[in-house]
Write a protein that binds this ligand. Sequence first.
Ligand code: HSE
Length: 432
Amino acid sequence: MAFKIGLLGLGTVGTGTAQIILDPAGRNPLLQDITIHKVGVRSLDKPRQVQFLPGIMTTDLEAVVNDPDIDIVVELLGGLEPARSLILQAISQKKHVVTANKAVIARYGDEIYEAANQAGVYVLLEAAVGGGIPIIKPLKQSLGANRITSIIGIINGTTNYILTQMTTEGADFGEVLAEAQKLGYAEADPTADVDGLDAADKIAILASLGFGGRVKREDVYCEGIRKVSAADITYADRLGFVIKLLAIAKGTGGEASDRLQLRVHPTLVSKTHPLASINGVYNAVLVEGNPLGQVMFYGPGAGAGPTASAVVSDIMNIVAILQSSGPNNGLDPLLSCVHQHFCQITPIEQIETRFYARFLTKDLPGVIGHLGTAFGDHQVSLESVVQIGFQGEQAEIVVVTHNVCEGNFRTALDEIRNLEAIADIPSILRVL
Ligand code: HSE
């Protein structure tokens, strides 16, 4: 039985997807049952790496999602609109959807899954998080017997590349970003990556799957890497840490009513932690659950081939289900979205974490004492205080705290900012 695909978008991932489907030899035999029926693109004039018979490519994207012959719409346009509307339109036409669009799913997953469940179709998104790393299906299926306690990921390759280069070259953020843009590793507009928004979209999706509830994208606390300096990377190194942009979803592994921590921020990670050695554009996701313990998924988080590998695996999954059980047997609950409630999120002020803070101070007697007193007055217990050197006339003091309530830490900092001896607090980072 042959299944017809409507492909929306023929950019990097769309091209990679078409190349796999058009070259099935040596891959799973299911691929031989899949044909590309229509390809919706914005322009017919662009040079393409894959060629289709006349009539397959069209600029009429709605004609693709409305085509009665198409079984599965593969949305690889990116961006919010028209992607969201086309996905909803495809669902209303009872077509299954495969998408790599984390921005749409993180913001409109609720609307899209309600519609998909009503229409009895699948919306699969393995390619939306971690590129070629299988992480969505493992969370839905392979790890389903566990109570998940945390999902911690390096899930943005651009920022991991930048931080890795800053670490190995001792260079500052701006320099490395410019170089990464020249090499094509960072977008001309790097906002979504460097400000942590892309990672926030992805952790919202992973949290929803791991913790079995819907997540509001705006509930993800998000800080990017623009303020990370070469000085912090050096101090972190001396203290036994590397700095990584982590996306963190943490529960307590208990009941569905538990509150979740959901946050993306640059983080000091001990050099002995498994995530510390994930470098360059690679991604990794560390999942912890009960009774599983820890499992780490590692691999290429972007790129044509790896992302297309994930897209095509979703297409094959749907085709396998349609072939084995027919279209009218109800949705497989391990592959569809069955959550009805939204997860409760812990406000950032209430989370408990360790902090690293760097202070520039006058080199006066008693400064470290004043710092210690201000922290102590707000129940912020210090793990270490070091005066590493000077910047001009000013002493540079680095503090690492024990696990403390973020609200207390911030209140202490407000007080410290007003101390006469404190010239500046150039960086505040969390420690894993
Ligand atoms: N821009 C993303 C990254 C890749 O840098 O990881 C696509 O999700």
